[in-house]
Write a protein that binds this ligand. Structure first.
Ligand SMILES: Cc1cc2nc3c(=O)[nH]c(=O)nc-3n(C[C@H](O)[C@H](O)[C@H](O)COP(=O)(O)O)c2cc1C
Length: 184
């Protein structure tokens, strides 16, 4: 048996152990807006945490990879207090993965990757066309302190969109997997 002391390893190593073993994780494909610019990015530190009130949690890194600049999703949710959280169907996994790329602020992933959006409710950011499940959410609160490089955002589900059968994709380590049933 091996015991790993998380206080004695680098955060990159901690990430590897957590992302490779706390599995499978769903992917929140989040759409936010800032002055008319639509931002799309995937997040897999993501789960449902409460039904009363209906809350989900997504943990968002403060800064873009290698840059001293906030992630657009982080900045936009703090500013507008709104986010549309789309769940990723199997057939959209490749395009979702591309939207994890760092783009300069002001450049829209929707335009760059040809993603079609659909405005379901004028009070929320649009949802990604083809995603069969989405939550329209408002910011409920964050949990943060100076030590945290990644900040949990608690989002309150105001509305849920459902459209047909949904085969979800799961994040496992740095890759993806399908889910299958176990006979009971
Ligand atoms: C499948 C997947 C899961 C990701 N999960 C997270 C996550 O949970 N938290 C995070 O901060 N970044 C995560 N990322 C990285 C962000 O998507 C990436 O930093 C993105 O550039 C942020 O975009 P933004 O600046 O437009 O918000 C993930 C990337 C991928 C492809």
């Amino acid at each position: 048996m091996k015991v790993v002391d998380f206080n004695k390893i680098e955060s990159k190593e901690r990430y590897k152990l957590m992302a490779g073993n706390i599995i499978p994780r769903p992917v929140a494909w989040i759409v936010t807006e800032n002055n008319g610019i639509i931002n799309i990015a995937p997040f897999s530190y993501f789960t449902g945490v409460s039904s009363k009130p209906p809350l989900l949690m997504v943990s968002i890194g403060r800064n873009k990879k290698g840059l001293d600049e906030p992630k657009d999703t982080f900045k936009n949710i703090k500013k507008t207090e709104k986010a549309s959280v789309c769940l990723v169907p199997l057939e959209m996994v490749e395009i979702m993965d591309k939207t994890g790329e760092v783009l300069p602020a002001g450049e829209s992933e929707a335009e760059k990757f040809g993603i079609e959006l659909e405005r379901i409710d004028e009070n929320f950011p649009p949802v990604i066309k083809g995603c069969k499940r989405a939550f329209l959410t408002t910011l409920y609160g964050t949990f943060e302190n100076e030590e945290m490089a990644t900040v949990p955002f608690f989002l309150k589900i105001e509305k849920m969109i459902m459209d047909g059968e949904f085969e979800p994709v799961a994040r496992v380590g740095k890759g993806y997997a399908k889910l299958c049933d176990i006979e009971k």
